[in-house]
Write a protein that binds this ligand. Structure first.
Ligand SMILES: Cc1ncc(COP(=O)(O)O)c(C=O)c1O
Length: 443
């Protein structure tokens, strides 16, 4: 169990010997000690694992793409002040969805050339923040483009505009995470892209790129091939009709990670980038097109493996067919199992090498029968008070979390070179009431 599951955890994860015997540690820091210091549920992020994934993207682009390339981190996967600072240190762009994420980026002092804004229905506030702060807006639809044209006509300088193409094909993943299909809510249809470029050129708008994103958590890059071909066919048409070439092509993000031992080996970042880079370079050569800047937009594959969620078992219960381990987090900090059946694994924090006995169901404290974080996972006998560590918890947990049942969002700790830095304190009872105003008793 231990050897099988360790590759799901951050790259610095080891079993160390403490006064309690063998214990899981990340970055050399025993998890039990961190849980005692910061409480549970607790989210740990290992910088060495983040840096490693970032380096893999950079190296793969440099090795496999003959033109210029770059990485945009998709902030929707996980965003807070420390993550925004890390993105800046990596020299990546940060993709923000709307004014809220842009405010976090502003707190980290990211400059316009480091910021890109997405959104399928950007509000007036989102667009105003994007125009003021970002170097790129990825335009989703005709209405948004017309609004931007209106701003330009009123004298507002615009950042670069990339048009989001809906290529008509998605990657293989859960239906809720597919975005590239014909009837998806995201982006322009291919024929609309031609119109949008013409519309933009007529009005002198800075339309400089094409973007598509076919879905999230895939491990077979094959569907990106026809989408890239379609994009380059469009480029050929646009070059012939308008003399227009995109300076940038972005095939989005979505590369997957392993959540469970059955998902191993970890999907390889280099082979994904090599596939995209080759297809784009060969496609350009075959059509006589100039090589665009290749910008990729990963979220999950940069941050998921770096994150570990730590829970304490509060009670153990046996029902007719199930051994329940009732833990102190779940649906409110990780809605993915309830949302789309995401399948996770876990290890006991102390003596993680114990032999497994029977499958266990890990359920949270929230008032939904769907608040089951992990189903039927082989685990050893475990008692109330013990800790469990859930790997691959860095993406789309905290960013999708809630205050359901009055849950307070967990503390988040950044591990770097043997030091633990609290980067988000645990929410307090006062935080729960911070926005509320009384209806009675105000006079
Ligand atoms: C437009 C866009 N880009 C990038 C991403 C990042 O996807 P992932 O975190 O799976 O890499 C998403 C997520 O769905 C997205 O919608």
């Amino acid at each position: 169990m231990l050897d099988e599951r360790l590759p799901l955890f951050p790259i610095t994860t080891t079993v160390v010997t403490t006064e309690h015997g063998g214990e899981l540690a990340v970055d050399g820091q025993p998890i039990a000690g961190l849980a005692a210091r910061f409480g549970t549920p607790l989210y740990l992020f290992d910088q060495a694992t983040l840096d490693d994934a970032a380096a893999r993207y950079r190296a793969a682009l440099a090795l496999h793409y003959p033109g210029p390339g770059g990485v945009t981190y998709a902030g929707k996967a996980l965003l807070n002040l420390a993550v925004a600072q890390w993105v800046q240190q990596q020299g990546f762009r940060l993709d923000c969805t709307g004014a809220g994420e842009l405010a976090i980026a502003a707190a980290a002092d990211l400059s316009p050339d480091q910021l890109l804004v997405h959104g399928v229905n950007k509000s007036a506030e989102d667009l105003a923040a994007a125009v003021a702060q970002a170097g790129v807006i990825v335009v989703d639809n005709r209405t948004e483009l017309a609004r931007l044209a209106g701003l330009a006509a009123a004298g507002q300088p615009l950042p670069d505009l990339w048009l989001r193409l809906r290529p008509g094909m998605a990657v293989e993943t859960h239906a809720y995470r597919q975005t590239g299909q014909d009837d998806s809510k995201f982006g322009f249809a291919p024929a609309e892209i031609e119109e949008a470029v013409a519309f933009g050129l007529d009005r002198g708008l800075p339309v400089t790129g094409l973007h598509f994103h076919q879905g999230s958590q895939f491990r077979d890059p094959a569907p990106l091939g026809p989408a890239l071909d379609l994009t380059l066919d469009l480029c050929q048409t646009l070059a012939a009709a308008h003399g227009w070439h995109p300076a940038v092509i972005c095939p989005g993000g979505g590369w997957g990670v392993a959540y469970h031992e059955d998902d191993l080996p970890q999907p390889d970042i280099e082979s994904y980038i090599a596939f995209v880079a080759r297809r784009l370079a060969e496609g350009c050569a075959a059509r006589g097109l100039p090589l665009p800047h290749l910008q990729v937009e990963p979220g999950r594959s940069l941050v998921a493996r770096a994150g570990v969620a730590v829970y304490r078992i509060g009670a153990v219960k046996q029902t007719a067919r199930r051994r329940w381990l009732l833990i102190d987090g779940g649906l409110a900090d990780n809605p993915r199992p309830a949302l789309y059946g995401a399948r996770y694994s876990a290890l006991p924090v102390t003596h993680p090498d114990r032999a497994v006995t029977t499958p266990a169901w890990l359920a949270g404290p929230y008032c939904e029968s769907g608040d089951v974080l992990i189903e039927a996972l082989p685990l050893p006998q475990m008692a109330a008070g013990e800790l469990l560590a859930v790997p691959a918890s860095g993406a789309y947990h905290l960013s999708m979390g809630s205050n359901y049942n009055g849950a307070r969002k967990p503390a988040v700790v950044w591990l770097r070179q043997g030091q633990a830095h609290l980067i988000q304190r645990r929410e307090t009872l006062a935080d729960l009431l911070a926005r509320d105003l009384p209806l009675w008793g105000r006079e």
